[in-house]
Design a protein around this ligand. Structure first.
Ligand code: ASP
Ligand code: MG
Length: 403
């Protein structure tokens, strides 16, 4: 058995659903049994959210899940019809009919268990079982959804529980060394590790739902990401690269524009002040990313970025936290972008940071902040310099296609 997942853009029209049914039929003819997880058609989920906002200013979370779960039910039923029309025995199921049990957190539930018995019984009678992605049911019988983009997680969870491979089809042909929209010479990556994919996902690349990756990593699910409508080879996401493949130092570059930089000048040189700032921001649910401090003449200047949370909340929290201090100045900049190079190969190679910073400085890029992890180096730069900086790093680490 194989688990396949088709994203919203792959099932956005009746024609596309019929095309996918044809593709699934070829796999069935090769002797494969399939569980096919689908997202809602095209922009359905967005439209349903918009619809809710027109009847209520604060829609109840439980009712939102009742509403949003309908989107996936539509595409699942249509795909099952199209398959039967082509002579492929198929049946569709809701996640709650299959008892995909989740936590009770409406709109952002986590899968706790999947009972496979029904799925397996149906696969004895049918070649394909089509399952709604993105949703589940609580132990009390309430419908839940898994958070935006959650169908990936449904598919990988079914694959994990049943010990199957998982193929994720969407409108992108795989994972690239850099964003092909910014850098047209980005190369497709053939093999990438879970850890690198997790870093890519958390650094702004829109590749796969991060929770899907966490499950894949934990249970060693082999993932394959490819384009729905082309036969171009996609990307394998694996635990370790195949032995014959030489590990590159850097596998990919990603950019995250969703950052706001905050600088506070002339703070007292006192760790207690810093701790108060970050504790209070955390209490307001402000998600801090990069942090750096500079000391000069007994003063300290603090720079940090936040990635979610509202600017007004940050300003008010700082005003409150620092109200007894004098002389400090506060400025913000949201025209910044975080560029990260990622690669498990960094762990066993020296000089990567040197190459990273030289590549940027040789291209005259101004660094506004940096952070590192074991397999990642990030730089904050001005948005106007993002393209040039990406190009410099891509060249340095050999990530571009030959012209
Ligand atoms: N339909 C849901 C969404 O748009 C789930 C998904 O597509 O994965 O977020
Ligand atoms: Mg999606």
């Amino acid at each position: 058995m194989i688990v396949q997942k088709y994203g919203g853009s792959s099932v956005s029209t009746a024609e596309k659903i019929r095309t996918i049914a044809g593709k699934i039929r070829s796999r069935v003819n090769e002797g494969e049994k399939l569980v096919v997880v689908v997202s809602a058609m095209g922009k359905t989920t967005n439209q349903l959210i918009e619809l809710a906002s027109r009847v209520s200013t604060a829609p109840l979370e439980r009712e939102m899940d009742m509403l949003l779960a309908t989107g996936e039910q539509v595409s699942a039923a249509l795909l099952a019809m199209a398959l039967n029309d082509l002579g492929v025995p198929a049946i569709s199921y809701n996640s709650f009919q299959l008892e995909m049990v989740t936590t009770r957190t409406h709109n952002n539930a986590r899968i706790r268990d999947i009972k496979l018995i029904k799925l397996q019984k149906e696969l004895e009678k049918h070649e394909v079982v089509v399952v709604t992605g993105f949703q589940g049911i609580t132990d009390e019988g309430h419908i839940t959804t898994l958070g935006r983009g959650g169908s990936d997680t449904s598919a990988v969870a079914i694959a994990a529980k049943s010990g199957s491979r998982c193929e994720i089809y969407s409108d992108v042909a795989g994972v690239y060394t850099c964003d092909p929209r910014i850098q047209p010479r980005a190369r497709k990556i053939e093999y990438i590790t879970y850890d690198e994919m997790l870093e890519l996902a958390s650094s702004g690349a829109r590749v796969l739902h991060a929770r899907a990756l966490e499950i894949a990593k934990k249970y060693g699910v082999d993932l394959y990401c490819a384009s729905t409508f082309s036969d171009e080879r996609g990307t394998y996401v694996v635990h370790d690269l195949p032995e014959w493949l030489e590990q590159p130092v850097v596998t990919g570059i990603t950019s995250d524009p969703n950052q706001t930089k905050v600088t506070i000048c002339n703070l007292p040189n006192d760790t207690k002040v810093l701790s108060r700032i970050f504790v209070n921001l955390a209490q307001e649910n402000v998600n801090i990313d990069m942090i750096s401090t500079v000391n000069d003449n007994g003063h300290s200047h603090l720079t940090f970025t936040f990635i979610s949370g509202n600017f007004e909340v940050v300003r008010k929290t700082l005003d409150n936290t620092l109200k007894d201090l004098e002389g400090w100045k506060f400025s913000t900049d949201d025209k910044v972008i975080k560029l990260s190079v990622i690669g498990v190969g960094m762990q066993s190679t020296t000089g990567v940071a040197g190459r990273f910073f030289s590549a940027l400085s040789n291209s005259g890029i101004k660094l506004l902040g940096t952070t590192t992890s074991e397999i990642k180096i990030s730089a904050l730069v001005h948005i106007a310099e993002a393209e040039r900086a990406t190009e410099a790093l891509a060249k340095e680490f050999d990530l571009l296609r030959e012209e």
